[in-house]
Design a protein. Structure first.
Lengths: 233, 333
């Protein structure tokens, strides 16, 4: 099956930075090196409809090591798939492809990227040393249970990025509180840290409110959360 | 959406004038008949292979197959409904049979693909929604999303129930989830290069029998040339057959979905509903019992629970299922 590549101008912009192309299934995802450095990397995960920023965000500046950002499938310089089919879990596997390249990393996720950070930290606890979750587009998702069934109409004549299928599907993905808590418990069971989750988000959708109530979770500003995980062990 | 509007650009790797294959596969099975016509439907650019049996102006029935199946698994049942005066429309789900292998798969994408087929096959006339297993759950969802598009709903062993999922202690659940998560992430790491294993028709049929233990070798061998493809090397030498099923698709898994969410759709269906359960437990089935279904009965509901029949009710007992469907439609015009 062929894919719709991002517009040429977008590719040119991306290639002017340090972009590493990774393969995840039939998709090519873009991992951007935003700042070189020594030690464990910080991986930035963007919000729904966003992409990796051109420069290191001020909030991440204090991080002592290298800083990378990943464009999720259908976003930024990554492949736009044909016909949608997005789930939060498939984006978790996008991040797994990045961790396979980077090795152990700390993750700063905003919006949708905060939820994905929680999933991958539970999915690959040996490759994630601390996550910081903050506000951004897609933080809420589709609530804790399915709403009225709906088949969204997607205008495929404007393919993005961001992929309009991603916007339609990932703004409705269901996030039950017990499902989110299962990931927290995965992290707690196998993480080398006592407090591996820092919540800096002001907005607290139900899944995140449930996470905050669990052991091993601290509420603090982004800078404090990153400081918790800066040691290079 | 129409076929002619979308066919030319839906499948760059498939010639637009080449319809999905409906030729006999070379094996025969009593009562089985290939579709009368086929065409492509675009779902957001992904080609969905769509098939029809029966007169084009007969009242339509949209039939959704289950996971890891394909439209050809209706080759016995569909002609029986045609004999009862119906037109049957079915399609290969994305990643299955002749439909496009997508980059991504999800429940919502399957729903959108089904809605695209329904729009093309019967743009004006409401139809009977029919689904088996996963297809049954999809049609249940679509009955809520598109209530103006259906006249009746038929669900064949596609009513998941939470009551038959094992209760686990928290620590067991945590351990099990870790295995599932790592297994799935490992699968995603390898999937770019993955392919289904080839074999002879007999071998593929025997392999499928592990998932479909109550079906006959003869039926499964009939299906191989329809749902599979011959593997040919660069010198034109056949390396056997392989299921045309995207290797990215994986049985089982995890996610936020809860089985009771499907069952909760049932009571609100406003059209007449026929539900059929096979009571023999199988790995592909849900293990749902009549006591799980009856409290969720919709207002007009015929419910049949068959002893001694497994999950593939319509394949084990096609005459019985066709009889139920035709009687039900006649009794609820």
């Amino acid at each position: 099956m062929s894919t719709v590549e991002p517009p040429a101008a977008h590719e040119a912009q991306a290639s002017s930075r340090n972009v590493i192309r990774l393969t995840h299934g039939k998709v090519r995802i873009a991992l951007h090196l935003l700042r070189e450095g020594w030690g464990r990397p910080l991986l930035l995960l963007h919000g729904l409809g966003e992409c990796t920023p051109s420069n290191v965000p001020a909030l991440a500046e204090p991080w002592p090591g290298p800083i990378y950002g990943l464009d999720f499938t259908g976003h930024g310089s990554s492949t736009i798939p044909t016909g949608g089919g997005y789930t939060a879990e498939i984006l978790m596997a996008d991040v797994d492809a990045a961790l396979r390249h980077l090795g152990k990393a700390t993750i700063l996720g905003r919006g949708l990227g905060a939820y994905i950070a929680l999933l991958i930290a539970g999915g690959r606890p040996s490759l994630v040393r601390g996550i910081v979750l903050t506000d951004g587009p897609g933080l809420v998702g589709g609530g804790i249970r399915p709403g009225t069934t709906h088949v969204p109409t997607v205008d495929t004549h404007r393919p993005g990025p961001p992929d309009p299928h991603a916007m339609a599907e990932l703004s409705r993905d269901v996030r039950p509180t017990d499902y989110a808590i299962e990931y927290v418990r995965q992290i707690m069971q196998w993480s080398e840290l006592d407090t591996p989750i820092a919540v800096a988000a002001v907005v607290r959708p139900e899944w995140l409110a449930a996470v905050v109530g669990e052991v091993g979770v601290i509420e603090c500003p982004v800078a404090d959360g990153l400081a918790l995980f800066t040691d290079q062990t | 959406m129409s076929v002619s509007d979308h066919s030319p650009d839906i499948a760059p790797d498939i010639a637009p004038d080449l319809s999905p294959d409906i030729a006999p596969g070379g094996r025969s099975f009593p009562g089985a008949r290939r579709p009368d016509r086929s065409y492509w439907v675009s779902s957001g650019g992904l080609p969905i292979a769509t098939y029809e049996w029966g007169a084009p102006d007969a009242p339509p029935v949209a039939m959704a197959h289950g996971g890891f199946d394909f439209a050809g698994t209706f080759d016995v049942l569909a002609p029986m409904l045609v004999a009862g005066g119906r037109r049957v429309i079915s399609w290969d789900a994305r990643g299955h049979g002749s439909s496009g292998h997508a980059e991504l798969y999800s429940w919502n994408a399957d729903l959108r693909d089904a809605a695209a087929v329904i729009d093309v096959a019967s743009p004006d006339e409401p139809m009977v929604f029919f689904g088996h297993s996963k297809g049954g759950g999809m049609m249940l969802d679509l009955a809520h999303a598109l209530p103006h598009r259906l006249t009746h709903l038929v669900n064949i062993d596609g009513l998941p129930s939470k009551n038959n999922w094992p209760d686990l202690a928290d620590h067991e659940r945590t351990k099990m989830l870790r295995g599932e998560l790592e297994g799935w992430l490992d699968h995603r790491r390898e999937v770019a290069a993955a392919q289904r294993h080839p074999g002879t028709i007999e071998e593929l049929a025997a392999r499928r029998m592990r998932m479909n233990p109550r079906l006959t070798q003869e039926w499964l061998e009939y299906l191989v040339p329809i749902g599979g493809e011959q593997v040919v090397d660069g010198e034109g030498v056949s390396g056997g057959w392989r299921w045309r099923l995207d290797a990215a698709l994986r049985f089982g898994g995890f996610g936020p979905w809860r089985p009771e969410w499907s069952m909760q759709r049932l009571p609100g269906i406003g059209v007449p509903v026929l539900g059929v359960l096979g009571l023999e437990n199988e790995m592909m089935g849900w293990g749902t019992k009549p006591a799980d279904v009856i409290p969720n009965s919709p207002p007009v509901f015929r419910f049949e629970a068959l002893e001694g029949v497994g999950h593939f009710v319509h394949i084990e007992q096609p005459e019985v299922v066709a009889g139920f469907v035709l009687e039900f439609l006649e009794a609820n015009p």
